[in-house]
Design a protein around this ligand. Structure first.
Ligand SMILES: Nc1ncnc2c1ncn2[C@@H]1O[C@H](COP(=O)(O)OP(=O)(O)O)[C@@H](O)[C@H]1O
Ligand SMILES: [Mg+2]
Length: 157
């Protein structure tokens, strides 16, 4: 199952909800992949990941250890730091329009998704709707070629 924790506002407990879900599912012996798309990289930080995330590593052409694996209870926890390097996220997302960057990010992301897992939990920054990059990458995990964008008219404001 794919679980996306999403909300327009920051500081309202999205990462906390993600962590509680992780703890519950691990207690059932599940294999969990957390994709940390929070700007702050809070869950990655808790997991002990101190280097740059996947996105920043690709853009800066540096090698960082953005994936950590833990055996917890009977379950397994993988934490992928995808963003998590602060406000540079805004510029990093723009870089995704470069084909070389997008391809490298996709390839590395696919590699992480190939780890055996029962559930993926996505923790996100505060946002109203996912950006192009999230749609593009989510289509990999859904094994689809395209995912329809939600109609803007359904959104308030
Ligand atoms: N149910 C709760 N009760 C009290 N404090 C909470 C609760 N959920 C989250 N917090 C605290 O609120 C702050 C923001 O939570 P966080 O999960 O990081 O929010 P977000 O991911 O939406 O930015 C943190 O300091 C967290 O410990
Ligand atoms: Mg958060």
């Amino acid at each position: 199952m794919r679980i996306v924790v999403l909300g327009a506002k920051g500081g309202v407990g999205k990462s906390m909800v993600a962590l509680l879900l992780v703890r519950f599912l691990l207690s059932l012996g599940k294999r969990i992949l957390v994709v940390d798309r929070d700007m702050t990289g809070y869950i990655s930080w808790l997991a002990g990941i101190r280097g740059k995330g996947l996105m920043a590593s690709v853009i800066d052409n540096e090698e960082h250890n953005y994936l950590k694996t833990f055996n917890v209870d009977k379950g397994i926890l993988h934490v992928l730091k995808f963003y998590g390097d602060g406000p540079r996220l805004v510029n990093d997302v723009r870089q995704f329009s470069r084909e070389d960057i997008a391809n490298e990010v996709r390839e590395r992301y696919r590699e992480v998704l190939s780890l055996p897992h029962d559930h993926i939990i996505y923790d996100n920054r505060g946002m109203i709707e996912p950006s192009e990059i999230e749609f593009s990458l989510d289509s990999i995990s859904l094994n689809l070629t395209s995912v329809p964008r939600p109609l803007k008219s359904f959104l308030p404001g």
